[in-house]
Design a protein around this ligand. Structure first.
Ligand code: FES
Ligand SMILES: [Fe+2]
Length: 378
């Protein structure tokens, strides 16, 4: 984040505190409840959004060395991302070309290549088919790329590995997709962080409710009353939209102390959580000394899954450091569990017809921006 942006964001927060205001839109927004329950809608989201736009799927620290790999499941698509021997980032459908078994079961690791667990067809880090046991039974199947793993476009930007599920796409430019946020994430040293404590979280809610729950400060007082709310302001947040992406700032009460100091000394990060919503479904929460990442994937209309992890400035090397981060993450996941419970609760009541539409208030306009961006892609 450049210095001018940082000072401008601090100033906006201080002005809101002084005026008792917050960022808000001119009007409310009505979001059809059916968008969270319709199988047809989900199919279009998977096809036209997840199937087309560049997706941030992992942090590059997990793909730093040749042989590093991660696997993901995005909707109904199993994906393998690797760093090949030549140092190139690669992505593939994680599906064996013999009879379709998922070749790599581990969520992450380092390997010289991959052998399918079913009949041991083997593949290189570049996806090429290396060997077929009893190959005489498969005339016409040759080692190499023709019967190799199906490739997907992959590239790096802002500290993340990005892929495209669009098989017609041979190259993606995630830095262009991120626009000015690419440099902003670089400026926050996101690429220099290290993944810590990766987790998979499954929820009984539509994937969009996870985003809805992350993009407004209106809920902090009621939902997080005894956990994190005491640190924050009530219903005070900044929202800036960058194409389909969104940056929100959740100021802490401590930011008020900047008002008495010259702006040359202002620092935002010690006094606010900065949340980047990278369309369509990656949440990057930048906290004072680390960040949290949640990649959200649809599973069904009423189920979603998160690949979640912390990004730390360095891997914890001592018991003390491990304990520090464990305590920190316990606070985060405790608060997030409160959000997740709200999302599950909403989903469970969506089909009863109480609300044909969900109503987003003027200061819940980041949700509206997200749904407008989604509608535009659809
Ligand atoms: S399905 Fe993979 S080797 Fe047979
Ligand atoms: Fe929350």
């Amino acid at each position: 984040m450049n210095r001018d942006t940082e000072i401008a964001l601090c100033r906006r927060v201080l002005d809101h505190i002084a005026g008792g205001t917050t960022d808000q839109a001119d009007a409310t927004y009505r979001q059809p409840a059916a968008h969270y329950t319709s199988p047809e809608r989900l199919a279009r989201e998977l096809d036209r959004v997840f199937g087309r736009v560049p997706l941030a799927v992992a942090h590059l620290s997990e793909l730093a060395a040749p042989g590093d790999f991660v696997t993901r499941r995005i909707g109904d698509t199993p994906v393998l991302v690797t760093r090949d021997r030549a140092g190139a980032l690669r992505a593939f459908l994680n599906v064996c070309r013999h009879r379709g078994t998922q070749v790599v079961a581990d969520p992450r690791g380092r390997a010289n290549g991959f052998a399918c667990p079913y009949h041991a067809w083997s593949y290189g880090l570049d996806g090429a088919l290396l060997a077929v046991p009893h190959a005489h039974g498969f005339p016409g199947v040759e080692p190499g790329h023709s019967a190799g793993l199906v490739p997907l476009a992959a590239a790096a930007a802002g500290g993340f590995a990005w892929i495209s599920l669009d098989r017609a796409t041979t190259a993606i430019d995630p830095a262009a997709w991120l626009g000015p946020l690419a440099a902003e994430l670089d400026g926050l040293a996101i690429p220099a962080q290290h993944v810590h404590d990766p987790r998979v979280i499954e929820l009984a809610q539509n994937w969009k409710l996870a985003a809805d729950g992350a993009l407004e400060t209106y809920h902090l007082r009621a939902t997080h009353r005894t956990t994190i709310y005491p640190l924050f302001h009530d219903n005070l947040g900044l929202v800036d939209v960058f194409g389909p992406h969104i940056r929100t700032v959740f100021p802490k009460r401590s930011i008020a102390e900047l008002a008495g100091r010259p702006s040359a000394e202002w620092q935002l990060r010690p006094h606010a959580n900065i949340l980047y919503f990278l369309f369509p479904s990656t949440i990057l929460l930048v906290e004072p000394d680390h960040a949290m990442v949640l990649h959200t994937y649809p599973v069904d209309t009423d189920r979603c899954r998160f690949d979640a992890y912390a990004l730390l400035p360095e891997p914890p090397k001592s018991e003390k450091a491990l304990a520090y981060w464990a305590a920190n993450l316990a606070v985060f996941y405790g608060a997030v569990a409160e959000d997740f419970a709200r999302g599950d609760s909403i989903q469970a009541g969506l089909r009863c017809g109480a609300n044909r539409e969900l109503l987003f208030g003027r200061f819940e306009h980041a949700l509206a921006a997200f749904h407008r961006a989604l509608d535009a892609e659809l």
